[in-house]
Design a binder for this molecule. Sequence first.
Ligand code: ZN
Length: 246
Amino acid sequence: MSLTILAVGAHMDDVEIGVGGILCQAVKEGHRFVSVVVASDHSSWKMTAGHEASVRSSQLELAEKYGYEKRFLDYAYHTVQPDNELKRKLAEIYVEVEPDITFVHHDHDHWPDHVSSGIAAKDAVLFSHGYTTNKTIHRCPRVFAYNTSPAQTFNFDPDFFIPVDKVMKEYMELMIEIDLCLPHTTREKLVVQEVKNLDTGLELSLTSYGRLKQAQCLEWGDMNGTRGYAIGLKTLWGPKDGRPLW
Ligand SMILES: [Zn+2]
């Protein structure tokens, strides 16, 4: 059965960093993956100001290449609030796409947009009847929190692990390519480390975020007992019996 998956990120790269491996696996298996970027007013961020159109089109081209959808709510950076306006916008997307699974930011994070987007998205997919005119829609059956980097997200204690060994290379490439949507950058500037697994032959090119995620995925794979790579998630809503995502 084909599922619909919704992932809400504050910034242009949060979903790709946080759950990019699940994204790659989901798309490969024929599921619909919809990503929402809350703070996407790129005139409000020093890295992208003056390059708004190219940053937007590059992200859409990347999403098309990888087979997922990307939407933008155009809030300014560092100003996102978990208010009813944002909850309503996210709830309208929820009612439209009716996801089976939603991924949101963990709400302990030093980046205020991450926290606000996480709270608003969780409320939107659990209580959408309160923010829209649809009074019959149900809660999203499964909602999980993801983290970004260890320096940003704190108190993140995952209770569910998704092995991503089969897509680890694509995941790390996606992280390079989302950063390539930024102006004035090249693959050579972004890739800071190469790793090779001498057992499997798997070679990974890593950005600075990729290096951190690769380390976390190894740790979570070990915690999961599978010894490979895994993404750790925190269950916010839905069964906690370890059943797979699909
Ligand atoms: Zn972010």
